[in-house]
Design a protein around this ligand. Structure first.
Ligand code: FBP
Ligand code: AFP
Length: 334
């Protein structure tokens, strides 16, 4: 059997090789990884842990919170508060930022997360996940505010996600490729199982919520029609469709076998650019996908170049296999 490489060992080796992962950042990633283990444990208990169902509250986006949304948010906050590596956190589940309490030292990083993505799948035992993104706090910052988080995705120093599925995996980038770790449940350890994942440039798979087809704008209508036209259509191949309703699970499939994931803006609310959140979903996934050789746009521009204006900003998302993302983006530009 080949030698097992743990998350810690991998990060230290990356640090020696590329000198890009300061020890504070490594600590931060390890703590997030530990929190994901706890979330995985809570998710795995299901009905036995009395963690299923609604929490009876709504988040800032007006979405009903599930008990596991709230539990996962608490786990991430508590795990990351005391280490001294963070200045503040922001979560899809909280209205504004969470400052590190005064009793702990102020660190130099900002952490953003969607604690449990794919909430509609929790109670039906389908894959869900945690998504996170790390920024450096601006130089000289003393009292963190929302403004400090308003940095484009190109400024991310790390991003990752955990999928709680048949296996629990952690996918991570620090800007040196994308690597995947599988949770060894007996040992409670993240073990490196895929190094330097690459997304094929071409694909025959797409993921979109097709129930919204009548609301799509013409470029998306055209593109999906062309894919559905199959081998006799302009794209000259048959496509297959997959939609899990957990972005983490859809992106993980695409990372492993190619594909294009789309959550477009549509005509229902022309002023609302899509459903997904820039800071907690689109930016970290775009960083990972680009590091794996794929592409990620909002139909008009590269997601990582978008200058955020609001913490809970939404954005249209087209990401995955490069040639298909470029095709649908070009349809928006015509
Ligand atoms: P496999 O187990 O061979 O993957 O097949 C799964 C399945 O028979 C059903 O579980 C599923 O509903 C269906 O195929 C999916 O089919 P399609 O590929 O047309 O989406
Ligand atoms: P929740 O975590 O609020 O359930 O949202 C999940 C999600 O943002 C993303 O993970 C999915 O791709 C998308 O929503 C599914 O949206 P539909 O409800 O349109 O299928």
């Amino acid at each position: 059997m080949s030698k097992r490489v743990s998350l810690t060992q991998h990060l230290i080796e990356q640090q020696r090789l590329h000198n890009k992962i300061p020890s504070e950042l490594r600590l931060l990633i390890e703590v997030v990884g530990r929190a994901c283990k706890s979330i995985s444990h809570a998710v795995g208990k299901g009905a036995l842990g009395e963690v299923l169902g609604s929490a009876g509250s709504e988040n800032v986006q007006g979405e009903v919170q599930k008990k596991l949304d709230v539990i996962s948010n608490e786990i991430l906050l508590e795990a990351n508060e005391w280490g001294g590596h963070l200045a503040a956190m922001a979560s899809e589940e909280m209205e504004t930022i969470h400052r590190i309490p005064n009793r702990y030292p102020l660190g130099e990083y900002l952490l953003m997360f969607d604690p449990l993505d794919g909430s509609s799948n929790i109670d039906v035992n389908v894959s869900i996940g945690t998504i996170f993104s790390v920024l450096k706090a601006p130089e000289g910052m003393t009292e963190p505010s929302e403004k400090d988080f308003m940095q484009p995705g190109t400024k991310q120093v790390a991003a990752g996600y955990a999928v709680y599925g048949p296996q629990t995996v952690l996918v991570l980038t620090t800007g040196d490729g994308v690597h995947c770790f599988t949770l060894d449940r007996e040992m409670g350890a993240w073990v490196l199982t895929q190094r330097d994942i690459k997304i094929p440039e071409d694909t025959k798979e797409f993921a979109i919520n097709a129930s919204n087809a009548r609301h799509w704008f013409p470029p998306v209508q055209r593109y999906v029609n062309e894919m559905q036209a199959g081998v006799t259509g302009p794209l000259k191949k048959d496509f297959n469709m997959r939609w899990i309703a957990s972005m983490v699970a859809d992106v993980h499939r695409i990372l492993n076998r190619g594909g294009i994931f789309m959550y477009p803006a549509d005509a229902r609310e022309p002023d609302k650019p899509g459903k997904l959140r820039l800071m907690y979903e689109a930016n970290p996934m775009a960083f990972i996908v680009e590091q794996a050789g794929g592409a990620a746009t909002n139909g008009k521009q590269r997601i990582l170049d978008i200058q955020p204006e609001k913490l809970h900003q939404r954005v249209a998302v087209f990401l995955g296999s490069k040639n298909e993302v470029e095709r649908v983006t070009s349809y928006h530009q015509e």
